[in-house]
Every structure is written in structure tokens, then in C-alpha cells.
Design a protein around this ligand. Structure first.
Ligand SMILES: [Zn+2]
Length: 267
């Protein structure tokens, strides 16, 4: 069965909605990823795990064409970066998901590959739930690899896995090794740990959310320990993400939301 939404005919799109297919909307960014990685890292990682999950899901999951650009104002000091304004981005994500609900798709998941998009994907998915009968959620892909990260991680928490780091470099080494130049990978730059309240890592941030302009605190653009990355780690992370993504979609499909009630007025 086809797993790429873009390859369906409109008749097939109607049929898959009727069959209860779960829609994954991949969301990423084009942004600097240090000296050793291309600017398409977030796109490549999200594309790989979402398309593989859909392909292996036996017809349950359809993956939508990716939203390539993200909210990235903090990185604009580095060439290569494209930024979409926050409100435009939320509206755009909402409109894409909403278009699926209008066709009858009722389970939608944003799978995001860029940290700063996450709060906006969360908002867009909340807005779908507030305005339609569909169920929509949002997840950062790396969070689905947590168990393998705990097992294989060599960089210190926090800061070792944040941006163009041990995690992202490992994933890219697994998917497109020919485009990684490990000779240009930097020593750990950890501007992400400012104080006990403000630190950053893909696997847990400090209680205070505060993102400065990246050029103020980083020379290379990297945040973390890319030299600790290996393709083997990337393979393990990717496979766990793919397996968990299928499980998330199965769980969403199985959810049976109760009827909406209004307790404002006595019967
Ligand atoms: Zn990235």
C-alpha cells in the first residue's frame, strides 16, 4: 500500500481517510549545523524516520509532504539559515493539518525535527483539537529515541546533545555519511549551560526557557559534542524512533474520545 500521501490520487486520498489512516506531518528547518554538517540536517533526519515508519506501518500511516522551513530567528546570524515568523508558522502548520481534517482524516501527528518549532507545533495541534473533531498531537523525533540515547550516550548531560551535536551528527552519519566532514567537527562548545536554571539539551532543559541569538554565544554554531558521534549510534537511534513512531500512531488510532459535554448550564 502507498505510504507517501503525495503519490495518492484524489480518489485514493478519500479511500485512505475512510480507512482511518493516520497522517504524519513532518516539520523541520533549514539552518546552520556547524562546520561539519549540511544545513538540511533537520529535514534529512525527520524525512528518514517518518517515511520509514509509514513504509513499515502496513497501511496505517501516510506521511505528508514535509514542511521544510522552521522558526529560526535566533540563528539568522549564521548564513544558510531560513526563518519563518512564529505566527506565520503556526498558522501554516494549522492550515496543513486542518486541510486533512476537512477530508475526513481524524488522527494527525506533527513530527518535528527542530527545537524551536516544538512549542509552535504544540500550539497548532492544540488548535486542531479545539476547532475540529480530530485528534492531533506533536512530537520531537529525538524524544522517541530516549531509551537508546540513555544506553549509548557518551556526552555529558546537559549540553552534549543539543544542536549539530552527538545525536544529530550520529543520525546524519547513519543516513548520509558522504555529506559529513568529521575533520571539521568541533570540540565541545557548551554555551547551553548558563546557570543552574538555564541549560539546554535535547533530552531535558532547565526550568527557565530563554533563547538568545545564537551568534552571541556560539562561534561554530554547534551546541554539544559532535566528535562523540558514530554511525552505529545513529542507526540505533533511528531504528528506535521508527519503531516508536509506529506505536504512537497505533495508540492514536486506538484512542476513543468521549462525547464533548458542556456543564455550563443545568439541564
Ligand atoms: Zn538540527
Amino acid at each position: 500500500m502507498k505510504h507517501l500521501y503525495r503519490s495518492l490520487t484524489w480518489v485514493e486520498a478519500r479511500g485512505r481517510a475512510e480507512q482511518g489512516a493516520v497522517i504524519i506531518i513532518p516539520v523541520a528547518a533549514i539552518e546552520q549545523h556547524g562546520y561539519h554538517l549540511p544545513i538540511d540536517v533537520d529535514n534529512v533526519l525527520v524525512e528518514h524516520v517518518t517515511e520509514e515508519a509509514a513504509r513499515r506501518s502496513e497501511g496505517l500511516v501516510l506521511v505528508a509532504p514535509m514542511i521544510h522551513y522552521g522558526f529560526n530567528e535566533h540563528n539568522m546570524g549564521f548564513p544558510g539559515t531560513i526563518s519563518i515568523r512564529d505566527t506565520v508558522f503556526v498558522d501554516f502548520c494549522y492550515d496543513v493539518a486542518h486541510s486533512f481534517t476537512r477530508q475526513g482524516y481524524d488522527r494527525i501527528l506533527f513530527v518535528n525535527g527542530h527545537g524551536s518549532n516544538q512549542m509552535l507545533c504544540n500550539l497548532a495541534s492544540r488548535r486542531i483539537n479545539n476547532t475540529t473533531k480530530a485528534l492531533c498531537g506533536a512530537v520531537a523525533h529525538w524524544s522517541l529515541a530516549k531509551a537508546e540515547v540513555d544506553r549509548l550516550r557518551d556526552s555529558k548531560f546537559s549540553g552534549g546533545m543539543a544542536h549539530a551535536c552527538e545525536f544529530e551528527t550520529a543520525m546524519y552519519l547513519h543516513i548520509r555519511p558522504e555529506l559529513v566532514d568529521m575533520s571539521k567537527a568541533t570540540e565541545r562548545e557548551a554555551p547551553s549551560s548558563r546557570n543552574e536554571f538555564m541549560y539546554d539539551d535535547l533530552f531535558g532543559s532547565g526550568p527557565v526557557h530563554m533563547v538568545e541569538r545564537w551568534s552571541q554565544i556560539s562561534e561554530s554554531g554547534v551546541e554539544g559534542d559532535p566528535k562523540l558521534a558514530t554511525a552505529e549510534k545513529g542507526h540505533a537511534f533511528a531504528e528506535m524512533e521508527i519503531a516508536n513512531l509506529i506505536k504512537v500512531c497505533q495508540a492514536m488510532r486506538a484512542m476513543k474520545p468521549g462525547p464533548e459535554r458542556d456543564f455550563n448550564h443545568r439541564p
